[in-house]
Design a protein around this ligand. Structure first.
Ligand SMILES: *[C@@H]1O[C@H](CO)[C@@H](O)[C@H](O)[C@H]1NC(C)=O
Ligand SMILES: *[C@@H]1O[C@H](CO)[C@@H](O)[C@H](O)[C@H]1NC(C)=O
Ligand SMILES: *[C@@H]1O[C@H](CO)[C@@H](O)[C@H](O)[C@H]1NC(C)=O
Ligand SMILES: *[C@@H]1O[C@H](CO)[C@@H](O)[C@H](O)[C@H]1NC(C)=O
Ligand SMILES: *[C@@H]1O[C@H](CO)[C@@H](O)[C@H](O)[C@H]1NC(C)=O
Ligand SMILES: *[C@@H]1O[C@H](CO)[C@@H](O)[C@H](O)[C@H]1NC(C)=O
Ligand SMILES: *[C@@H]1O[C@H](CO)[C@@H](O)[C@H](O)[C@H]1NC(C)=O
Length: 703
């Protein structure tokens, strides 16, 4: 019956979950996950939030009710819209190929009802947009509104698109510690007006950020032949003074010293370090750098330092391979092109959104406070990567993924739970092309509690898989065998410490609580090894008693009440039959409990509450509700069960002492007094609230 095993650290592997393919999945996390998947795979790059916004405009991210028989999903794709996405056109065919490769789906075989899956509704919307705009995705909100009115939901008004988009949350939420460096080209290929437009763009982008030395810090570098730093992270960080520095920045034509500009950005990050901030660089260029090799090297240095680089190419002279080298991968969401400097303003919101969501690229231990944890990206080498995590209080979730920048509850590869005193550990293997492991710590506690001083999570990356030398066995019915992973690491948790120290053993104790799971305890041998032992099924470990007792009896605070005069109940036959509990002959507030070794203990229900009494048929303590007592009637008709008029989800059971015990029906069921059982609401006859001839006839049932 017992499972014994040597102290072991658990490495648990992924249970990957994907709400993006769950029918009727909805909510902003699901929509963000779908949009990221589509954009990272270059299906609708440079859409300037159109796809994101349409989800909100059409269905408030899937939260508006769907009409029965309508299967358009979150993006409300009608049947004729879906059929347009299946056409074999020069625009659509390559996208069908991407969908086949990346999502393993033959788009021509997708049926309309499948669009209730968020990913398919989103893909259909992306394809529909791609085919209807032929490469020119409308960029600003007004143009997107007229697109919506004309092509997507004909008969509506563009005005409504803008109105609903205005309801969407803007700005950075939670994650505000960002060091944002703009690198602006002022080479001879730009006109003075173009340079002014680029300056205006920078000012528009920073509009949504809270600029301060603790939140977003902004730097601005101008480059042509020379590099000039207009604003540094050490400059006074407030909106007015940064805007003033941008206004003063003059145009100076020359060549294109991109590499020096990137190095100047790196130097400013290094001179003003803030380990827990996102490092983002927005580079604006209209051509090709003077020295491509130098530019590659400078890019590598900046990326190794942990910066995410957004590269904006303006005009027709762009060196696309260079632009894509500079941009952080996946390139589709980090590089942008616009036709000219007039058009650059259309990227403002896209850049704001992308910078706000950018991960912190890190190859070291990181610490953050729950509620303010940025997304992280850890470099992944061919050895794979192990992440260990601990937390200073409470419990939270960690989601990670290699093929998605923004893992969340809605979509992830590996999920791990970290709990105070129970570090977690997970391993991501390398399968050939991934460059980063993206990790997102949930921004809330999953125990529902609030911790006024905040809880801090620490994540540590380790190259490769950590090996835990473990010597493990489980013993069942006297037979030793190796334990299964689930037996070792229930729920993916990791025992955090070895209590079997000399000091602890010198107190004479050999059993210690197992943090976070009271159905187990540590058992020490005299050499200081610790074994995690499971209590018999249904029992919990009581530290003060150093023993296992039944669930539902509360924590036993006092272990002095063993009474061997009841040991006759704790026979081997009873224990083998699973009978550990017995009514106490003298008091309804007490009961007898046997331990697995045949000793009887007298327990009280009263420590759960003064109205608790032992309920032998359920082997637990239940409250007695003295407001209503139909039980004396039991001696007349022998009926043990009655309705509980104040609450139809409960019923009364009488014990032998004629005490009324109020018991809950299973969740979702209500009491049916006609058949004296709990049933589904729809199955309970309207007259079955209370027996009109019974002892409770005077009570009016509440429905
Ligand atoms: C949208 O509706 C208007 C008038 O109802 C019509 O003239 C126009 O052709 C429609 N556009 C499309 C793309 O169907
Ligand atoms: C546009 O919005 C107005 C006001 O919110 C609403 O009354 C109207 O029905 C909407 N029109 C369409 C076509 O959705
Ligand atoms: C991460 O850091 C470790 C040790 O500091 C180093 O060995 C490893 O090469 C780095 N990995 C990457 C991908 O930079
Ligand atoms: C969490 O892990 C870090 C790094 O391993 C360690 O320095 C820190 O003390 C740990 N914190 C807790 C609360 O265990
Ligand atoms: C138990 O695991 C060890 C180590 O992995 C292995 O060497 C041994 O053969 C296993 N024993 C059984 C009975 O499977
Ligand atoms: C002794 O055991 C307790 C658990 O009962 C544990 O918290 C403590 O860390 C142990 N002492 C040492 C020195 O490990
Ligand atoms: C054990 O229980 C019996 C029967 O209720 C009682 O007479 C006796 O005093 C109890 N012994 C102790 C030590 O409490």
């Amino acid at each position: 019956m017992f499972k014994l095993f040597v102290f072991v650290l658990c490495v648990t592997q992924s249970l990957s979950i994907d709400l993006t393919v769950q029918p009727y999945g909805h909510g902003s996390e699901v929509v963000e996950a779908v949009v990221s998947l589509i954009r990272e795979n270059c299906i609708l790059p440079n859409d300037n939030l159109l796809l994101r916004r349409l989800a909100y405009v059409e269905s408030r991210d899937g939260t508006l009710p769907l009409v029965t028989g309508y299967f358009g999903g979150i993006w409300r794709i009608d049947q004729d819209m879906l059929s347009k996405t299946k056409q074999k056109t020069p625009t659509l065919t390559p996208l069908h190929t991407i969908i086949q490769q990346k999502f393993n789906r033959d788009w021509s075989a997708v049926s309309w009802p499948e669009l209730v899956k968020p990913l398919y509704s989103g893909l259909a919307a992306a394809l529909f947009i791609a085919q209807s705009v032929d490469g020119n995705v409308p960029q600003n909100v007004e143009e997107q509104g007229s697109y919506w009115e004309t092509y997507y939901r004909n008969g509506t008004s563009a005005y409504n698109y803008t109105n609903i988009v205005n309801l969407m949350t803007k700005g950075c939420i939670g994650n505000e510690a960002i060091d944002l460096m703009f690198i602006v080209d002022s080479s001879s290929s730009l006109s003075r007006d173009d340079f002014d437009r680029a300056k205006l763009f920078v000012k528009n982008v920073i509009e949504e950020f809270t600029i301060s030395s603790t939140k977003t810090r902004v730097g601005v570098i101008r480059y042509s032949s020379q590099v000039y730093q207009a604003a540094s992270f050490s400059s006074p960080q407030n909106k007015a003074s940064i805007e003033g520095l941008i206004d003063k920045l003059s145009y100076e034509s020359g060549k294109t010293a991109t590499a020096s500009a990137l190095d100047a950005a790196l130097a400013d990050f290094q001179a003003n370090p803030r380990p827990s901030s996102i490092k983002a660089v927005v580079l604006i260029t209209d051509g090709k750098s003077d020295d491509s090799i130098d530019t590659h090297h400078a890019t590598d240095r900046l990326k190794t330092y942990g910066a995410v680089i957004f590269a904006i190419g303006v005009g027709k002279l762009i060196d696309m391979p260079e632009l894509e080298y500079i941009a952080t991968p996946p390139t589709c969401i980090h590089s942008f092109t616009v036709e000219n400097f007039q058009a650059i303003n259309s990227l403002v919101e896209e850049i704001q959104h992308s910078v706000c969501r950018a991960p912190l690229y890190a190859n070291r231990t990181v610490t953050c406070e729950i509620g303010h944890c940025p997304p992280y990206a850890f470099p992944l080498s061919s050895l794979g990567l192990t992440i260990t995590a601990n937390i200073t209080c409470g419990v939270t979730n960690i989601y990670s993924s290699v093929n998605q920048q923004y893992p969340s509850q809605a979509s992830y590869g590996i999920h791990s739970t970290v709990m105070y005193n129970k570090p977690s550990e997970f391993y991501q293997e390398y399968t050939g092309q991934e460059q980063f492991l993206y990790v997102k710590v949930d921004n809330k506690m999953s125990d529902g509690k609030t911790y006024p001083n905040g809880c801090w999570v620490t994540l540590t990356p380790h190259q490769g898989q950590i090996s835990h030398a473990v010597y493990i066995y489980c013993e069942e019915n006297g037979v030793k065998r190796n334990c299964t992973q689930e037996e070792l690491c229930p729920n993916g948790q990791l025992p955090g410490y070895n209590p079997c120290t000399k000091e602890n053993l010198s107190t004479g104790k050999t059993k210690f609580p197992y943090p976070g799971d009271n159905t187990k305890f540590y058992l020490c041998d005299l050499s200081g090894n610790s074994y995690v032992v499971s209590c018999p099924s249904g029992q919990v470990f009581s530290p003060s008693c150093e023993n296992c007792y039944g669930l539902g009896t509360g924590v036993i605070s006092n272990c002095d009440n063993s009474n061997s005069s009841f040991n006759y109940l704790c026979t081997e036959e009873n224990l083998i039959a699973g009978k550990y509990y017995f009514a106490h002959p003298d008091s309804i507030s007490l009961y007898i409990q046997c331990d697995p070794w045949g000793h009887a203990f007298v327990r009280t229900c009263l420590n759960l509450g003064s109205n608790f009494v032992w309920q032998e048929s359920k082997l637990t303590c239940e409250p007695r509700d003295t407001r209503i007592n139909p039980c004396p009637h039991m001696s007349i008709d022998g009926e043990r069960f009655y309705a509980f008029p104040p609450d139809r989800t409960k019923f009364i059971e009488c014990n032998d002492q004629l005490d009324p015990l109020v018991i809950n029906c299973p969740p979702g069921l209500i009491w049916d007094d006609c058949v004296k059982t709990c049933s589904y609401k729809t199955a309970v006859g309207i007259d079955c609230h209370i027996d009109p001839k019974g002892p409770l006839a005077g009570y009016i049932p509440k429905i």
